[in-house]
Design a binder for this molecule. Structure first.
Ligand code: ATP
Ligand code: MG
Length: 235
C-alpha cells in the first residue's frame, strides 16, 4: 500500500533520514520505533508531504506521491492525526470533528462517522459543545484521533499517541487503535517511543536508529527476542 524507497530527507545541514526503506501493507498496523531524534516524525512528515524528500520515492497505492502538496496527499486518504495539543482550541469539540471531514462531500457518510466517533469516545459526545482548548490532555489526544478518523483515512499516521498520558488512558487509546484497524479495516502506521506497548498492537515493526532502519520483523518476534528486549525494551 505504501512504500518508502531509499528516502533521504533533512533540514539544512542536518540529514535526518539516510536511505530509509519501509513498507506498509493494506490492513496492517506497523510500528515505527526509535529513540528521540531518530527521525520518526521526519518519516511521517515525508509521507504526508510536509517535507519533500531530497532523494528516494514515496509510493502510495501504486502511485508516486513524493513532491505532491499535503492537501493532495490528504485527499488520497493518507491522514496524519496531529499531536494531541494541535486541535483547534477556539473551536468546539463538534466543530473540531467536522473540520476533520472538510474535504468530504458525502454528508450522510460524515453524519454516520460523527456518530461512530462519538460512540468510540463517549467523552467527546459529553463535551461536544465545549471549546477544544478546555479539554484535558488525554481528551485532546482523543479528539485529535477522532478528528483524523472523520477524514475516512485509508492509511492513518499516528505520532506518539501515548505521549504524556496516564497509563489507563494510554490503554484505552491503544484499544481503540486496535479496534479501528479490525473493525474499519484502516491501515495504521504508528510511531511510538513506548515500544512495549506498540509491539503489542502492531503486526510488524521497524526500528529506526539515526535515520536508517536497523531492524524489522514481526512484532511478536521482536517482543520475544532477548537482544531486542535488552536494547529497546528495557531488559
Ligand atoms: N525543523 C527542524 N529543523 C532542524 N532540525 C530538525 C527539525 N526537525 C527535526 N530535526 C532534527 O532531525 C532529527 C530527527 O528528528 P525527528 O523529529 O524526526 O525525530 P523523532 O524520532 O521524531 O524524535 P522524538 O522521539 O523526540 O519525537 C533530529 O536530529 C532533529 O534534531
Ligand atoms: Mg517525533
Amino acid at each position: 500500500m505504501l512504500s518508502l524507497i531509499r528516502i533521504h530527507a533533512g533540514y539544512g545541514n542536518i540529514e535526518a533520514l539516510k536511505g530509509l526503506d519501509l513498507e506498509v501493507r493494506e490492513g496492517e498496523i506497523i510500528a515505527l520505533l526509535g529513540a528521540n531524534g531518530a527521525g520518526k516524525t521526519t518519516t511521517l512528515s515525508t509521507i504526508s508531504g510536509l517535507i519533500p524528500p531530497r532523494s528516494g520515492q514515496v509510493v502510495f497505492e501504486g502511485r508516486e506521491i513524493s513532491g505532491l502538496k499535503p492537501e493532495v496527499i490528504v485527499a488520497r486518504g493518507l491522514i496524519q492525526a496531529p499531536e494531541g495539543r494541535r486541535i483547534f482550541p477556539g473551536l468546539t469539540v463538534l466543530e473540531n470533528l467536522k473540520m476533520g471531514a472538510y474535504q468530504r462531500r458525502d454528508k450522510k457518510g460524515v453524519a454516520n462517522d460523527l456518530a461512530y466517533v462519538m460512540n468510540l469516545f463517549p467523552i467527546l459526545a459529553t463535551r461536544a459543545g465545549q471549546s477544544g482548548g478546555t479539554l484535558s490532555g488525554g481528551e485532546q489526544q482523543m479528539l485529535a484521533l477522532a478528528r483524523a478518523l472523520m477524514a475516512r483515512p485509508r492509511l492513518l499516521l499516528l505520532d506518539e499517541p501515548s505521549l504524556g498520558l496516564a497509563p489507563l488512558i494510554i490503554r484505552n487509546i491503544f484499544d481503540i487503535i486496535r479496534q479501528i484497524n479490525r473493525k474499519q479495516g484502516t491501515t495504521i502506521l504508528l510511531v511510538e517511543q513506548n515500544a512495549n506497548l506498540a509491539l503489542r498492537v502492531a503486526h510488524r515493526a521497524y526500528i529506526l536508529t539515526t535515520g536508517v532502519i536497523t531492524l524489522s520483523g514481526l512484532a511478536s518476534d521482536l517482543l520475544a527476542d532477548e537482544a531486542v528486549r535488552k536494547a529497546y525494551l528495557g531488559g
